[in-house]
Design a binder for this molecule. Structure first.
Ligand SMILES: [Zn+2]
Length: 276
């Protein structure tokens, strides 16, 4: 009986041992299985990331390979659009990437003895100056229509000035480009742009914005189809520094929208394209 009890006890211990061992084994297998799943998941993620990156690179290359229209083609197209009487002639975009054919010559109307604008905007422009005068403003025109050769002269003079101040020609060119449009990329050649200051403060610098005249223009220009073309903090979009004196005619509908939103012509045209 004693022997039998011992045997039974041994079997019991053995059984418990086997069951316990099996449990631990299962637990360990479960853990390692889970670790493996995690590993596989991470491997998948790495592969996915790699493929995504490769795809992005391929797309960027494809984008680059797309044939961009030449700047000459854009320049011609801009000149044609401006010369046409299509609805959007006044919305032509002129900047460093969208130049204007150097032969473009608008039909001009004098608004003072010295300055002319595109004849199609003469009435609106004259009205703006008349209303400004009636409101007690004393506006002073610094520049209006400038042909290609005049623009070249302005650009060269500004660049020379920087060279006299000790800049290398290359640095002088870069510096000039910030404030004077490279000939062929100036809005002044369209006959749709004007530089206007206060008569009492005629400097072309940031302080201009503090004059009553600049404030009046900013608040009212859209009513006559004009916009403040190079707003502050928008140089990254326009490529031109803040110019509180440079106004561009775009037509009343666009002007009101642009000034209301505080955006640039570039941004407005993007919105139009997106159908907003
Ligand atoms: Zn200007």
């Amino acid at each position: 009986m004693k022997k039998k009890a011992m045997k039974y006890r041994l079997i019991k211990i053995l059984c418990v041992g086997i069951i316990f061992g099996a449990l631990i084994g299962m637990l360990l297998m479960g853990l390692s299985g889970r670790a493996r799943i995690k590993e596989v998941r991470e491997e998948c993620k790495t592969t996915e990331d790699k493929l995504k990156k490769e795809n992005e690179q391929l797309q960027a290359e494809a984008e680059k390979a797309k044939v961009q229209p030449s700047s000459e083609a854009i320049a011609k197209e801009n000149a044609e659009k401006l010369a046409s009487n299509d609805d959007d002639w006044s919305l032509v975009l002129i900047n460093s990437e969208s130049p204007l054919d150097t032969s473009y010559a608008p039909s001009l109307t004098k608004i003072t003895d010295d300055y002319s604008v595109d004849s199609r905007i003469a009435d609106d422009t004259k009205k703006m100056f008349q209303d400004a005068a009636d409101a007690g403003m004393s506006l002073n025109i610094i520049s209006a229509y400038r042909d290609y050769e005049t623009q070249r002269g302005v650009f060269n003079d500004t660049m020379l000035n920087w060279i006299y101040q000790g800049k290398t020609p290359l640095d002088a060119y870069d510096e000039t480009k910030q404030s004077v449009a490279v000939p062929g990329t100036s809005e002044h050649a369209t006959g749709l742009a004007m530089d206007i200051t206060s008569s009492t403060y005629q400097e072309l610098d940031d302080e201009q914005e503090n004059t009553d005249e600049a404030k009046w223009l900013k608040a009212n220009c859209a009513n006559y189809g004009y916009i403040l073309r190079y707003p502050t903090n928008k140089s990254d979009v326009t490529g031109i520094v803040y110019e509180p004196w440079h106004f561009r005619y775009v037509g009343k509908t666009a002007a009101k929208e642009i000034m209301k939103q505080g955006i640039t012509l570039e941004e407005y045209l993007e919105q139009q394209k997106d159908g907003k």
